[in-house]
Ligand binder design. Structure first.
Ligand code: PGA
Length: 251
């Protein structure tokens, strides 16, 4: 049976009241569903984590953050540490999202420290990789992915077994464009082979980039796709639930 991780990346959206409504809506929709083959993760903004922790306490929803600093505490004004995320109920943390790479200059060196810190603190990293449109057009997609994945050689097999990869072609994020089934299969099978050959691990590889309730069936059914990292469509309880139901239906 295929098992999925369906993850919502809320980005910089949702005040506390909207957070409450959205989580209540998802929780209600999940009642009575058989989630044997689906794990669900939501990643609200930092200021909503405390509230989200309360609302997900007795629900199947896992909680994650969208970023973190690698140090556990100290003089890093404005930053949030892994210990703080654990304290707020997080089990997961998204690291290396393309928006963080693009707008905040996150690179392999910094991401190595963040992933190391996540492992030490028992947070599961959802490590995002992906190419720009220009890189795809220049036929360097696999070179780019290989470089982004190369930092994993710093970690042990046991650590890597807990990692989740999210393949997010940057040109498909928030654009309404999705990669075709062939493109997704090509990249996901390449990543799966790379991880197996180089590190001996078989781990979850999520697809991200305009995944929604309409294309979920095709994308999630694709071999080597073990879930989705969903932005826009995760902000709407009905759409998010519909994606979850699609995952449940794929056995
Ligand atoms: P999107 O975002 O679903 O809105 O394209 C995905 C992501 O950036 O994780």
């Amino acid at each position: 049976m295929k098992s999925f991780l369906i993850a919502g990346n809320w980005k910089m959206n949702m005040l506390r009241e909207a957070t409450r409504n959205l989580i209540d809506g998802i929780n209600t929709g999940l009642e009575g569903l058989n989630l044997d083959n689906v794990q669900i993760l939501i990643c609200p903004t930092f200021t909503s984590l405390g509230l989200a922790q309360k609302l997900t306490n007795n629900s199947p929803l896992s909680l994650g953050a969208q970023n973190m600093h690698f140090e556990e505490k100290g003089a890093y004004t404005g930053e949030i540490s892994p210990k703080m995320l654990i304290d707020s109920g997080c089990e997961y943390v998204i690291l290396g999202h393309s928006e963080r790479r693009q707008y905040f200059g996150e690179d392999n060196e910094l991401l190595t420290k963040k992933i190391a810190s996540a492992f030490v603190n028992n947070l599961i990293p959802v490590f995002c990789i992906g190419e720009t449109l220009q890189e795809r057009e220049n036929n360097v997609t696999f070179k780019v992915l290989e470089y982004q994945l190369s930092l994993l050689s710093d970690f042990t097999t046991d650590e890597l077994k807990t990692l989740v990869i999210a393949y997010e072609p940057i040109w498909a994020i928030g654009t309404g464009l999705t990669a075709s089934e062939e493109q997704i299969y090509e990249v996901h099978s390449w990543i799966a082979n790379y991880l197996q050959n180089k590190f001996g691990v078989t781990i979850k590889i999520l697809y991200g980039g305009s995944l929604n309730e309409k294309n979920a069936k095709e994308i999630l059914s694709t071999e080597f796709v073990s879930g989705g990292l969903i932005g826009g469509a995760s902000l709407d309880a009905e759409k998010f639930l519909s994606i979850i139901q699609t995952a449940i239906s794929i056995k």
